[in-house]
Ligand binder design. Sequence first.
Ligand code: GAP
Length: 576
Amino acid sequence: MSDELVELAKRRGFFFQAAEAYGGVSGFYVYGPEGAALKRNLEDSWRDRFQVQEGHREIEAPTVMPEPVFEASGHLDGFDDMLIECPECGESHRADHIIEDNTGIEDAESLPLDEIGALIAEHDLRCPNCDTELAGEPVEEFNLMFETTIGPGSGHPGYLRPETAQGIFVEFPRLKEYARNQLPFGITQVGRAYRNEISPRKSIVRVREFTQAELEHFIDPEEDEPPLHRVENAEVTLYSADQQNAEDGGHVRMTIGEAVEEGVITSDWVAYYLGVGQEWYERIGVDMERFRFRQHLAGERAHYASDCWDAEAEVDGDWIEITGNSYRSDYDLSKHGTYSDEDFTVFRQYDEPKVVERATVDPDMSYLGPEFGGVAGDIADALQTLAERDRTAFEGDEVTVEIDRESHAIPVEKTGFGVEEVTEAGEHITPHVVEPSIGIDRVLYTVFAHAYETDEVDDETRTRLALEPELAPTTVGVFPLMDKDGMGETARDIAGDLRARGLDVTYDDSGNIGRRYRRQDEVGTPFCVTVDYESLDDDAVTLRERDSTEQVRVAIADLPDILADLRSGDRAFANL
Ligand code: GAP
């Protein structure tokens, strides 16, 4: 982001580093009054597109979650970045970023640790802080989760959630009840996520506390299909793994329908959400010339994802990942089903009852009891679960089950293992999950940067944020030409009426009108209303549009409806 824009963000109250009075804390940002309003409008717009229009429901789960959740989810073991420390100044860096920033190599995070170390030596890469050689320094995995303790003492470790998604997955047993056990259904959540990033950077792009807007769409992978026809004509720019690996690979433009037909996007569900996303990014003012969907390379995918396409936007020559669109398969629900005592499946009814073979156990408790004491009952349950999942486990002389991370071997003859024929009305399946995961801060950064423009108005250079009216922190500035002869009262009455209509209004009576317009242009206010002497006679005002600077005369009585329509997009200024 250019220096002017960073300066604008600070000076006009969009976003700035937190706790500057104490030297600032790296990776933590404050949204000022303009930024907080822009962020709220962005979240509302996301809710409208991804939740309301799709018929999904939102939940709000805690941000601190106990350790077993992250053991099950894989975050304790697999949620790492590559850390290298400078031997001279002690500064920590992301080893993959040092490579990407100083060589032509893209997506270094998909490379194994030893290759990263070798590349640092081969390119003689140095500490970005003090220029000391980094060759030979250890490159280690660093877990990104913030750890805490729940309650006094250290007996109950907890973690600040690194993604809002886990708060949805963990509650699946209740959520499926709410959905009356009917797939598909989608649950959204907008909230804070925390990652102890090794080197936060680029303003709000890589921070340690940020906001995600996530949708977890639970589907039956064999029965459910997305309404692809709604988005199949959307034209998208794609950068597939094959294109990234090809020597002369570049972006391709095609419709979502063509991408599915030609096998560029293999999951219909992921394709559907790329289409929904494309529509939304366009609606919120992301410059489509600087936007693409990039498929993750195999080594780059998160531990839970079987395919992932990021939405990326270009700002100042860098491509920024603003959304991850993952096919998470049954990874998360299966894990939580295995690690917890709850049922993370749903019942899929067959069209006709079926006769099927079922593996059962009838453990010899007179053996298990004396042999395993207090865990004998758990072992019996675990044997039944194992028989249903993997009957080949009973093919040898012994079968092993794990209770509280301890393995127990049981002679197969004591398990009463057998296979019988039963008539079943249906089966339990673990739903699959499709997940568009939006980083609100990065989308806001993109929208802010793409909206920033300068042009010439009245022989002066003006700075304007061409924010969509739906997102603009203030919808309308209301100005009296001067605060005298009743113009101030009329303007204040108009501001009151517009606020009563639910619009964000700024009242300003200081400085000349041109200067007041510039102030609003700079924070992205799309419309301004000026009360002049004529208004006192004709009950009309001048309504000015930010981008065109066109002005029209509008009756005061019509203003609330007109401005509400202009904000929602139901009316265009050119048609007034
Ligand atoms: N639930 C899936 C998930 O969390 P992710 O790709 O790790 O996937 C999703 O994160 C989005 O969250 C990213 O596309 C990005 O926009 C945002 N995000 C991730 N880490 C971030 C950070 N340190 N600062 C700001 N935004 C971040």
